[in-house]
Design a protein around this ligand. Structure first.
Ligand SMILES: N[C@@H](CCC(=O)N[C@@H](CS)C(=O)NCC(=O)O)C(=O)O
Length: 204
């Protein structure tokens, strides 16, 4: 499975992270997204006319949406799926359009109505906080239950990277606990801006 990838892309990281948690190997093809905009080269547009990353290629199959990639990677892993994933995958796309764009504005100089996207991102974070607080009240750590699913992996990167776009996570204690739980999962991998929790030595 080949992933056309950019290391600073939250959407590419979703796919790298999901594969790592499943212990599945990906062949990474680094694309010079910035500054070269190589994702818009004729070769890349032939693969994905939308001109976006990530792109996942497996034989004749080409996927150009990270939500489809998470579904594809977990097709034989029912423990990573729940009936309510679809709504959260759509919610994650909204996080990408708000918090993700604010981040690209701040770190790569993208054009954006920055006040509007930060406001929309903040509204989304409040919804996420409310959901996770309700889950905690029921003794559940993750968005759809006691175990993580693709819903969590889809929402995690743009949430964790929100401060890169000028949106603080300080007001959201349940989100911070949830991020900590994800960063502690076996197989978790980092990206610039999102770090693994320290691996604490077991008491003797
Ligand atoms: N729906 C897509 C969106 C991915 C996306 O927003 N990709 C950004 C990079 S993080 C992109 O390629 N944008 C094109 C550009 O900025 O030229 C997905 O989740 O796979």
């Amino acid at each position: 499975m080949i992933l056309y990838d950019y290391v600073l892309s939250a959407s590419c990281y979703k796919v790298r992270l999901m594969a790592a948690l499943l212990d599945k190997a990906l062949q990474l093809r680094a694309v010079n997204f910035h500054p070269a905009r190589a994702h818009r080269s004729p070769e890349m547009l032939a693969l994905n006319p939308k001109g976006t990353l990530p792109i996942l290629e497996e034989g004749d199959l080409i996927l150009t949406d990270s939500a489809d990639m998470l579904r594809h990677l977990t097709r034989d892993h029912p423990a990573w799926r729940s009936d309510s994933d679809a709504g959260w995958l759509a919610f994650a796309a909204g996080l990408n359009d708000s918090l993700g764009l604010a981040r690209l504005h701040d770190i790569l100089g993208y054009d954006a109505d920055i006040d509007r996207v930060r406001r929309e991102g903040t509204i989304a974070l409040r919804k996420l906080e409310e959901r996770l607080a309700e889950q905690r009240f029921d003794g559940l750590t993750f968005l759809t239950g006691a175990r993580p699913t693709i819903a969590d992996i889809a929402c995690f990167p743009n949430t964790a990277l929100a401060p890169d776009g000028g949106v603080s996570l300080d007001p959201y204690p349940s989100i911070r606990l949830w991020m900590r739980a994800i960063r502690s999962l076996p197989g978790f991998i980092e990206m610039p801006g999102i770090h693994r929790l320290h691996e604490l030595a077991q008491p003797a």
